[in-house]
Design a protein around this ligand. Structure first.
Ligand code: SF4
Ligand code: SF4
Length: 294
């Protein structure tokens, strides 16, 4: 693994947002990029911010169509059946006429199948955009969802597929994925086909509980995992608890990153790659991960 013929697929995730996941992903990607060619995929499509650090120059753009949604046509005779059936309250009535509230429609097709007049069509719409860009550390695939749009699991899958295609065509030795936080559909999609999940944990009691839930998820899907504790020295007692929990579950600690107040300052000045104690610790994480995946 970590060769052009067998690229490493590394996904960085966390129990919730705000743990420093994107900072870790960016610096880790930079570390790998100094050794081999890489592709970066931002799969945190609901709150993407890797682009702020990597300042991508877009070279390709494609629409994301997402789910088909219902649309009521002129054949509607206002019988109200679809209105009664829709469990998502996505059909609204206005002066005896029915229409679909696109933002609420989940695309289940129940109304489409039930309408006695065949007055409903399922229509594909443009729900977002996917970009392939150049950055100073390698190709990057990233995306945006238009306001109010959901279904980010499908978008995550498309970002990953495109990142894989970019890795194949550019001969990259690794795909570094900034995964979605939490344990929902987007993070499950982020983890599909990954070789190793690096879980960023923070030393708080809620961070410990978030970590347990994420480890249950990776365990369920049998994904090899390692944990990195960010700002570990802010609460050494909880850090020890996290370490104990990892030992009990047989999960390796890939590193401990100290609190470094220069990181927020570097982020606010858009200075990347990072420098300082925390940046050095993240570089050490790669050495440990390399041992784990071999
Ligand atoms: S079920 Fe069909 S005909 Fe009846 S209100 Fe809905 S769209 Fe119109
Ligand atoms: S497709 Fe499903 S969610 Fe959308 S309007 Fe029809 S019944 Fe409601």
């Amino acid at each position: 693994m970590f060769t052009e013929k067998n690229p490493l697929r590394l996904t960085v995730i966390s129990g919730k947002g705000g743990t420093g996941k994107t900072t870790v992903t960016a610096q880790l990607a930079y570390t790998l990029s100094r050794i081999r060619r890489i592709v970066i995929a931002d799969c945190d499509v609901d709150a993407p911010n890797l682009h702020i650090l990597l300042n991508p120059e877009v070279v390709e753009e494609k629409p994301f169509s997402g789910l088909k949604k219902a649309k009521i046509t002129d054949r509607c005779v206002s019988c109200g059946l679809c209105y009664k059936l829709c469990r998502f309250d996505a059909i609204v009535e206005n002066d005896g006429r029915y229409e679909v509230d696109e933002k609420s429609c989940e695309g289940c097709s129940l109304c489409y199948n039930a309408c006695p007049e065949e007055a409903i069509e399922m229509v594909e719409g443009i729900r977002g955009k996917i970009f392939v860009s150049n950055t100073k550390i390698g190709r990057m695939v990233h995306a945006i969802l238009f306001p109010g749009e959901e279904n980010s699991g499908k978008l995550v899958m498309e970002v990953k597929e495109l990142a894989k295609a970019e890795a194949d065509s550019t001969g990259a030795a690794a795909i570094v994925v900034d995964g979605a936080p939490g344990i929902g559909c987007p993070v499950i999609a982020s983890l599909a086909s990954t070789d190793i999940a690096l879980i960023v944990a923070e030393p708080t009691l809620s961070g410990l509980s978030d970590l347990s839930r994420v480890l249950e998820l990776t365990d369920h899907f049998r994904i090899k995992s390692a944990v990195v504790i960010n700002k570990w020295d802010l609460n050494k007692e909880v850090t020890k608890k996290i370490e104990r929990a990892c030992i009990e579950k047989g999960v390796e600690i890939a590193g401990k990153i100290p609190y470094d107040d220069s990181i927020p300052k570097q982020i606010s000045r858009l200075e990347f790659p990072f420098e300082g104690e925390a940046a050095e610790a993240i570089e050490g994480v790669w050495e440990k991960l390399r041992e784990i995946v071999q």
